[in-house]
Design a protein around this ligand. Structure first.
Ligand code: RB5
Length: 151
């Protein structure tokens, strides 16, 4: 898969670790920064990775900040993005099965590297189950279209 990644300074080390992990699984990573642990604002890097997913240039995105909260807020501003902040493997699985999430947000100050790898592995290998969940996800897409016109 083509995976867009972004972090701020707080998520830089975890991004670096996950890039190696993803490469070892055969994925292609597009890195939208941060490039170091120097302070960088998460909206600046997060929006570029989210836009890459929304445009179809990347299949999915993985965004990392201190808590994952800021990155999830940023990504969910982009029409077509369904970003899920996950701290546990149950949510990582269920957000793929039920929400068809296309961005995973992680908090580098909340979870450790082993948990991060477990969440990423589960999230990437779990399919959307469709069925009744298709109707709900389509309602989210309809909101994107509605609000884009209205605002
Ligand atoms: C940066 O200090 C921190 O605010 C950021 O990484 C993130 O946790 C925001 O949601």
């Amino acid at each position: 898969m083509k995976i867009a990644m972004a972090s701020d300074h707080a998520g830089f080390q975890m991004k670096r670790m996950l890039k190696e992990f993803l490469a070892s699984l055969g994925h292609e990573v597009r890195d939208f920064g941060a490039d170091s642990e120097d302070p960088v604002d998460y909206p600046d890097t997060g929006r570029e990775a989210a836009l890459s997913v929304a445009a179809g240039d990347s299949d999915v995105g993985i965004l990392i900040c201190g808590t994952g909260i800021g990155m999830s807020i940023v990504a969910n501003k982009v029409p077509g993005i369904r970003a899920a902040l996950c701290n546990d493997v149950v949510c990582a699985r269920l957000t793929r099965e039920h929400n068809d999430s296309n961005v995973l947000a992680l908090g580098a100050r909340v979870i450790g590297n082993e948990t991060a790898r477990e969440l990423v592995g589960t999230w990437l290998s779990t399919d959307f189950v469709g069925g009744r969940h298709t109707r709900r996800v389509e309602k989210i897409s309809a909101m994107d279209r509605e609000f884009r016109k209205a605002l």
